[in-house]
Design a protein around this ligand. Structure first.
Ligand code: NAD
Length: 491
């Protein structure tokens, strides 16, 4: 059974409740997991609070904390195959994408933020009159970290690493559909000998374990990654205790292909960007905008390739698309096929369970054409291997369609004209834009969404803006005038 991790100990739920986590390839249970409630959250937050108020962690130098974080990174590297196996079985993401992508990135998150913390300092404001002013950054407190089920290990470490590097303590609430790899992280933290209470995990459901973490008065920060509607609920629930929020939410990101682009590379990028990670990717380029004069040719080549994407068991190294995370999610993705047809679009490839996979949550890579941007399949996040194609005439129309959506997380622009690339990229209302590339990240750069895709930025020093508190110190060095009340007159 998978337990909570509180004060460096693995413990069952206070009331002993459990839930099952399923293997998406079969929907058979893998194991039982402790189901957290308010009482479990109270225990974990108390441990994190004690570690923050009285423990050594926030009082260490960044260099001292960095040694622990590098150790965690190395332990992840040492157990990479095992973590990958756990993650593949729990999420259905293809082995090649987990092994080459998500797990090395998780280790890198620890190494990167350990080093980055050494560079983070305050600012000096040179003397104004007789004052020298400067800022210091302090650890901010206890952080609640709430994460989704897509690439869970990578996303958890993306929050845990800067949080700990900044000197905070935390309670992680992993997603209930993919809790297993977080347990390995707890084992690694225990092996790395972090002080008790610095890192805690409470497993369980959003309403019963996530909500009390958000509402807890001893938690100062909530970093959340998940659906926009959940983010809205969390902000409402955290209002009474005035939490600081970082919100990484949903997306419906455009891939824009101009007729002057290197079309072979654009094709590779467009396909990777929506069908990798089973399409369960926040930055998926799930709306493909193609210039009208190349629409027929480009869509034809695209359809050909999508038909040939290899669906298979997630552990098979040749698999390109595996099963979706959960039967409920499979139904949600499947329901969108009726929505598409109902609105007059054409499900040209895929759209259902491939016949070779009668069990599990397999969903064939899907291409939908005849789409206009006002359709629900163009406006709502489907979060599966589903691409909709929308034609545009010129640059102005491409920008208008790209922006005509309430999300603003990522965008991908393919063009042979660098100046146009820059113009379009800068006109798109989106936190992240790539020109002539799929999603390649530089961890120093800010990551996050605009509009309904999020609030705030994480990554590089931006993570430390969230996970630390800034104090401004004003130092008087001379005898500046102080107004003297109670002396018989203002002078
Ligand atoms: P979700 O919102 O359903 O759940 C995310 C987490 O929130 C889970 O741990 C869940 O238990 C918890 N939760 C649910 N209700 C809660 C509540 N009331 N209070 C506190 N916690 C609660 O999201 P999901 O389905 O797990 O993940 C998919 C979504 O995540 C997609 O919308 C995707 O775009 C988004 N996402 C965004 C990014 C990004 O960086 N912007 C990255 C990955 C995923």
């Amino acid at each position: 059974m998978i337990c909570h991790f509180i004060d460096n100990n693995f413990v069952p739920a206070v009331y002993g409740q459990t839930f099952e986590t399923l293997n998406p390839a079969t929907n058979r249970p893998i194991t039982d997991v402790a189901a957290g409630s308010t009482e479990d959250i109270d225990r974990a937050v108390s441990a994190a609070r004690r570690a923050f108020d009285n423990g050594p962690w926030p009082r260490m130098t960044a260099a001292e904390r960095a040694k622990f974080l590098h150790r965690i990174g190395e332990l992840i590297e040492g157990r990479a195959d095992e973590i990958a196996e756990v993650e593949i079985a729990d999420t259905g993401i293809p082995a090649s994408q987990i092994k080459k992508g998500a797990i090395p990135r998780a280790a890198e998150n620890f190494h990167f933020f350990a080093d980055m913390a050494l560079e983070i300092g305050g600012e000096n404001f040179s003397a104004v009159g007789s004052f020298q002013n400067y800022t210091v950054r302090r650890p901010a407190g206890v952080a609640g970290l709430i994460t989704p089920w897509n690439t869970p290990f990578m996303l958890e470490t993306w929050k845990v690493a800067p949080c700990l590097a900044g000197g905070d303590t935390c309670v992680l609430k992993p997603a209930e559909w993919s809790p297993l790899s977080a347990d390995v992280l707890a084992q690694i933290v225990q092996a790395a000998d972090l002080p008790a209470g610095v890192f805690n995990i409470v497993h369980g459901f959003g309403e019963t374990a996530g909500a009390p973490l958000v509402a807890h008065p001893d938690v100062q920060l909530i970093s959340f990654t998940g659906e926009t509607s959940t983010g809205q609920e969390i902000i409402r629930n955290g209002a009474a205790t005035l939490k600081r929020f970082s919100m990484e939410l949903g997306g419906k990101s455009p891939t824009i292909v101009f007729n002057d682009a290197d079309l072979e590379r654009a094709l590779d990028g467009a396909i990777w960007q929506v069908y990798s990670l089973n399409g369960e990717r926040c930055t998926a380029g799930s709306r493909l905008l193609v210039q009208a004069d190349i629409l027929t040719d480009f869509t034809g080549r695209l359809a050909d390739r999508v038909r040939r994407i290899k669906v298979g068991e997630p552990a098979d190294p040749m698999t390109e698309v595996g099963p979706l995370i959960h039967p409920d999610h499979w139904r949600r993705v499947h329901d969108y096929m009726d929505v598409a047809r109902g609105e007059g679009a054409i499900v040209e490839v895929g759209g259902d369970r491939p016949s070779a996979f009668p069990e599990g949550n397999y969903f064939g890579p899907t291409l939908i054409t005849g789409v206009t941007n006002d359709m629900r399949v163009a406006q709502e996040e489907i979060f599966g291997p589903v691409l909709v194609v929308i034609p545009f005439e010129d640059e102005a129309e491409a920008i208008r369609i790209a922006n005509d959506v309430h999300f603003g997380l990522a965008a991908y622009v393919w063009t042979g004209e660098p100046e146009r690339g820059r113009r379009v990229a800068e006109a798109i209302e989106s936190g992240l834009v790539w020109i002539n590339s799929h999603n390649i990240r530089d961890l120093r750069t800010p990551f996050g969404g605009s509009k309904m895709s999020g609030i705030g930025r994480e990554g590089g020093r931006y993570s430390f803006d969230f996970y630390t508190e800034t104090s401004t110190i004003h130092v008087a060095s001379g005898d500046h005038q102080i107004p003297r009340l109670g002396t018989g007159g203002m002078d």
